[in-house]
Every structure is written in structure tokens, then in C-alpha cells.
Design a protein around this ligand. Sequence first.
Ligand SMILES: [Zn+2]
Length: 349
Amino acid sequence: MFPIRATLVLLLALAAAPAPAQTAVRGRVLLADTAGADSLYAFARWRAPGDTITRTDSARVGADGRFAIPVPAAAPMEIVVDTRGSVRNYHPALARITAAESAAEQAFVLVPRRWTIPAGRFAGQTVPISADRARRPVCEGCVAFWLRVEGFRGPSWFQSWDAASFPLRIALDRENGVPRGAVPDSSAFWRIARRMEDDYGADLFRPVRFADADPQDDDIDPNNVILLLADATLPISGLTTLLSRGGRVTYGTLRLRNRALVLGHEGPRVVTHELMHALGVGHTCAWRSVSADLLRCPDMGSDELTPEDVAYVQVLYRVRNVQRAARARWGLDAAIAGERAILLGRPAD
Ligand SMILES: [Zn+2]
């Protein structure tokens, strides 16, 4: 989609007869880790209305992370942030913007191509990160691991909780259990949850009383809480549903078929799988995973977190947290498009 070599050749050709630069598309680049900055450049490609050729220009990303590429006024364009060096620590970021958007600064959070797990059972392990794999649905029309929530306009966000919500509050809900009063065995549930946290290397969950999970007066739903229920009507072992607004999860329910399920041999797998859903991720068949869709890839299943599970959740949260804090529009979406178009030679979408 955006071959860098072709871009450079075109640049040389354009140098002889430059288009009049009337303005600039501006941007800034943030890194989702501290692996060390590549020698980064921003490239813009556009075709002005009535123009017959596609024009390209580029600019080096400065030490302050900012860039400005001279362009004629207002045109829809593609912007790519990538390295020109031989080592690529981050996925190329590819953004398509409208003419109106080209007037505003475009902020990118670059997604690392390798993630070293900082703590927990896999501390020190480095996992290759492919944004494309994390977005590969387990079947046509099925969910992927990173779940994208389409907004009406502007950025598409990936389903996740605010950083301030952690450790996520979990409350036993007796009132809505089936049969009424039934709840999963709490101590067994929390043993599995604590094991998951030890594997992950962070505090993810904390128990709260149901009374403390009540909604505020002006809210319909409980806030910042996951309700844990037993539900004998479930046709499957477990089911987690989340409520999110603009990708920002505010409430969830985690249902297990009965009180004893957490005590049996399938307890660790089912509870860890559902707690991964509670963190906001879907299913995958792209690596061995506790989040594997066992109907579609039974050989990829795991009873506990794998290094890939930990790394892909940590990258999801790191990128979204940097994005939200900096109000940066481009993150995982641009990395997925960039990896597909530039590294894999496939359509970006
Ligand atoms: Zn599932």
C-alpha cells in the first residue's frame, strides 16, 4: 500500500518540480515502551482534487517526537510513521485521514514489535508482537483477541478498562443468581484469580461487597464493577458480558454455571478464560492461549495464561493508556494497518 522504496524514488523525482507547499500536516509520535527510538520518519501521500498524480513527501520525526510535512491545503491523505533504518523496533503506523482532519495535529502511539514481560511467572521473557495476529478472528464473522469498538466518528477504540479502575472490583451477586441465592464458591474462585495475577505479574482484581457495587443515584448500571454470579440456566460453563462506552468498559457480569464448577478440574481454565474476557479481550487461535476458542482450535487451548496471553494484554493496555493520556488518536488501529500494508503486503483493512 505504501512502499517506502517507491516513496523515496518518487521524492527524488518530485525534487525537480516541487508542488507549491502551502501548509503542513503536523503530528507527534509517542512510544508505548522504552525500547529505544528508531530513526523515525513520517511520510504523507495525497492526491489533491483535480490532480492526476499522487504526491508524496516526508519529514524526520524530531527528538521531541514532532513532525511537519509540507503539503498543499486540505486533501485526504495517508500518513505513515516508520523507520528508515534496518532495525524496526515498532510496527509502522498507517493512518488515513480526511481533508478536514489534515488540519489538526495527528498523534501516534507506536506499537512495539517485541514485548518483554516485566514481572510475574514469565518475567524477562520477550514475546514477538503482531498486531495482525491479535486482530485475526477465530473464524469468519467471529471475534479476535483485541476487540475493536467502532465509534460514530473519530477513533476506533479497543475494549478495555480505564487504568484507574485497576485492580478491578469483583462482587458476589446473590440476588440475581439462578437459583436465587446461588453463587460460585468464592474461595476457590479467588484462588484461581490470584494464580492468574501471579502469572500476569500485577494485581488485576479485588473483592468488594455487593452492597458497595450498587449504582450511584443517577446511574442505571453499577459502576466500575464485575458482578460474579452462578447461573444454572447457562448452556455453557461460563459467560462474561461487558458494558462499554466508546470502548471504555464500566461494568461487567461473569456467570458460571454452578457453585461447584470452580472446584472441579475445569475450574482453572474456565475462570481464567472468563477473567480474560472481563479484562476486555475476545478469543484467539493465533497462539496457544487460555483464550483459545476450543470449538475451533482445541489444540491451542491452555488451562492457564501463556506468555503470549500476558504480552498481548499488556501491549493492549499500555498502548491504550498512553493514547488516552495523550489524547492520541492513532494506536493499535494504525499499527494493524501498517503491519498489514507495509510488512505483510496485504490490504490494510
Ligand atoms: Zn470465551
